[in-house]
Design a protein around this ligand. Sequence first.
Ligand SMILES: Nc1ncnc2c1ncn2[C@@H]1O[C@H](COP(=O)(O)OP(=O)(O)OP(=O)(O)O)[C@@H](O)[C@H]1O
Length: 370
Amino acid sequence: MEAKNTIIRFENVTKQYDADEPPVLDQVSFEMEKGKFYTLLGPSGCGKTTILRLIAGLTEPTSGNIYIEGKLVNDLPANKRKVNTVFQDYALFPHLNVFENVAFGLRIKKLKEDVIEKKVKEALRFVNLEGYENREIREMSGGQKQRVAIARAIVNEPEVLLLDEPLSALDLKLRTEMQYELRELQRRLGITFVFVTHDQEEALAMSDEIFVINKGKIQQRGTPTDIYDEPINRFVADFIGESNIIKGTMIEDFLVEFAGKRFPCVDRGFLPNEPVEVVIRPEDLEITAPDKGKLKVRVDSQLFRGVHYEICCYDENGNEWLIHSTKKVKVGDEIGIDFAPEAIHVMRIGETEEEYGRRLESYGGVTGGN
Ligand SMILES: Nc1ncnc2c1ncn2[C@@H]1O[C@H](COP(=O)(O)OP(=O)(O)OP(=O)(O)O)[C@@H](O)[C@H]1O
């Protein structure tokens, strides 16, 4: 059974295009709620588009079940689903004007002309393209084409809008503008958006919830701050922003060893002396005098990044440390680095979200991680 506000549910969905190749999606399960902005984030080829195609009904699962609004849709054709897609290349019809592009789906449904006119105008108003009805597609800018594609999708009043890397063709400035616009549009429409990107900053900026995907598995799902502050494994920590990831040992609850020293931390629920990986974000490292910090490091390089310096250092054990700081240092200098127990995030090596969940259960309610 699913919660009342669930709109999409995947139950052990596997997709294998080619019998000789490993599955593209491997027993993937998740739920998405009505009215939220979801982002599927992951490297090229990890299966993001395949998830969209499965939701849209453009491909079928090899095994497992897909539900939309509680109804099993495995065999429901795409045009019977309350789902619309905005594709990366917009897939607009170059020979039709803006109005006719947006009206296209409504004409197929054989709606009356006055109804079509009302709906198209409303959709164009939603994307701030009022008055552009008679423009030719080739006369529209990249951002405007993008909006026409969105208008064409929302004119069908879908419950779910799927967006497959819709901003990737735009330059950085326009892309940032469209990020705001899309987020605002989602709020005004109040429908579920499923947005695909491989750009972690875009995902962090736009989403209610992010699914980080790699090798056909959801590695972690959560709010942008959850994912950023509490990455579950090395892949997520690495993919979401720059990180220091150091090998260590969890000595006991709240005590971890790395870089040759022991540090108090806020993590528990690991086995005694379990090998772990430790993540500390570069902005959580504070520069001190050499003997005042928790670790002594030598500065190897320094880059000015506009707001902060990006400083690369090495400790006595040869671990690399990346620091983001407004303080300037000198290459070759020895400095100290300090960090709070809360800045240390301990991860079990190679753990996926499912394994993490099972581990927590096996502890009988004792929380691991932090
Ligand atoms: N129709 C198909 N037939 C065979 N293999 C396919 C098909 N569609 C996708 N694949 C393979 O499935 C894998 C996942 O593809 P998918 O398009 O879902 O990835 P993606 O995460 O969206 O990648 P990208 O960011 O590059 O678009 C890739 O290895 C791809 O080659």
